[in-house]
Design a binder for this molecule. Structure first.
Ligand code: LIP
Length: 281
């Protein structure tokens, strides 16, 4: 896959170039391990919430590569939260080494390496995302964005779809690893499904956000996203013209995240907020 930095004159060009080159190499490693056969290393919040040996190997590669290049930056990765480092530069790398882990385990070609760099604390409620890259090696797609300089799939600029009526909107979502929460999410889905064109559930939040940016979905929402799930994809969606946030103008948090063209986002948020309340979410 070609590896190029952002536009000349982009203050975050160098950061994007580093993120992209490491993400592409990490994605190639993930794909290589997938071809060799994937083994579960452990389960986390539930038996369904698994981590593979490849997740750990890929994250270790990304972390060592990033910190070799920028030793004073912070690092927050999905598989090493207990050893997250704040750094001294004011920048933090937020990494999901393999987003779409269950897809990866089953060999479904919808998984990705997601790398973002943010200014400030590694807290989605306060950080300022500067650059992000999401790579799906199974189909050779590289999504990128830098702050205020647009979003791209390869060299193609991305734009969200124009606002549609909710009844014509293709809406993506995802579900928790907790059976009790999934039961409630099923109640939300059963009431939302008749009101929209259709639902998609790909199983990888970073790809969901990139697909909104690319116009492959009209909207995406999910409850339970972790910072590394959305750090890069949210910047890519925002730079493609999406509203990306939580309820009532808040940032994306574990409670709720939504991405869509702004008018559609407001329509969908209002309905989903009511359905969440009814379902006790
Ligand atoms: C996944 C998310 C997805 C969500 C899954 C899981 P992981 O992340 O990308 O959107 O629905 O339950 O959380 O665990 O594959 O890194």
């Amino acid at each position: 896959m070609p590896v190029r930095s952002g536009p000349v004159g982009d203050p975050n060009r160098e950061l994007l170039g580093l993120a992209r080159s490491i993400a592409v190499e990490a994605a190639e490693l993930a794909a290589k391990r997938r071809a060799e056969g994937v083994t579960v290393a452990a389960s986390k919040s539930s038996a369904e919430d698994i981590v593979t040996f490849a997740d750990r190997e890929v994250e270790a590669f990304i972390r060592s590569s990033l910190l070799a290049a920028r030793p004073n930056d912070g690092f927050l990765g999905e598989e090493s939260t207990e050893s997250a480092s704040a750094g001294t530069s004011g920048l933090t790398w937020v990494v999901d080494p393999i987003d779409g882990t269950v897809n990866y385990l089953y060999g479904i070609p919808a998984y990705n390496v997601s790398i973002a760099v943010v200014e400030g604390e590694a807290d989605p409620e306060t950080w300022h995302a500067l650059a992000g890259c999401v790579v799906n090696p199974a189909i050779g797609e590289v999504f990128t964005a830098t702050d205020a300089r647009g979003a791209f799939l390869g060299d193609t600029a991305l734009h969200v779809n124009p606002a549609s009526d909710l009844s014509q909107a293709l809406v993506a979502t995802g579900f928790a690893y907790s059976a009790e929460v999934r039961a409630r999410q099923g109640l939300v889905l059963s009431k939302l499904l008749p009101q929209v064109r259709d639902i998609r559930r790909i199983g990888a939040a970073a790809l969901d956000l990139c697909y909104v940016a690319a116009g492959r979905y009209d909207a995406y929402f999910e409850r339970g996203l972790k910072p590394w799930d959305h750090a890069a994809g949210a910047l890519i969606a925002r730079e493609a013209g999406a509203h990306v946030g939580g309820f009532d103008g808040s940032p994306v948090t574990a409670d709720f995240g939504l991405a869509a063209e702004p008018v559609l986002a407001a329509r969908l948020e209002a309905i989903v907020a009511d359905l969440f309340r009814e379902a006790g979410l």
